[in-house]
Design a protein around this ligand. Sequence first.
Ligand code: ADE
Length: 260
Amino acid sequence: MSVNQTRNWRASVLTLFPEMFPGPLGLSLAGRAMAGGVWSLDAVQIRDFATDKHRSVDDTPFGGGAGMVLRADIVDLAYVSVADERPRVFLTPRGRPFTQADARRFVAGPGVVLLCGRYEGVDQRAIEARDWEEISIGDYVLSGGELAALVFLDACVRLLPGVMGAAESAEEESFSGELLEYPHYTRPAEWQGRGVPGVLLSGDHGAVAAWRQLQAEKITRERRPDLWARYVARPRSKEARAEQTVFANQASVATRATAP
Ligand code: ADE
């Protein structure tokens, strides 16, 4: 894809640690895409918008308690320095869980402005005043939003046109559909006494597809009952349901026939 066909998706990150960016996103596929102009990243130092001589950005919480809170006025000044039509995301463990559907939604737009919290949090008025969307990358607490921002951006950027090599590898992987991914194998065909499922060496594309579907279903059922329940309940036509049954039967036959 030539440079003038690319998207030029733009990310701005408001942070007290701009040195953490682009970090890993400057390497590999994301780094190459950034160098090629597919996307850009600017990290904005929130402290540059402090208004006192000590350059302070935080203060003690009203009502008491441990830690410090980022000031609403300073955070908002930092936002205004990059504000445009892009959506705003505040990374916080209090947010809604980040999903593949979110990544797809954000790459469809012009880019994103991310706000990284530190200390105990950000004054809630700054969040409400601009209606920042609050997103968490998982049920654990990081020491700040920066690593969460890197995760968020990686998930988005790899979906931009021209970033991933083989288009279909993004399509097939876990969470693009509703199932976890089937296992992969490559040469050597035997390693430390371990073989490869025979169906994968059979050259029968239909049998391979059926086996992979069965494996994806099995692993999803075992590891992620939440995803499995959603998969089983998904709306399907009568024809699709019948096809699925044939598919699953075919796959179980193929599995029984595998070696070793
Ligand atoms: N900041 C700290 N922990 C976080 C998390 N789990 N997700 C997003 N931002 C965070």
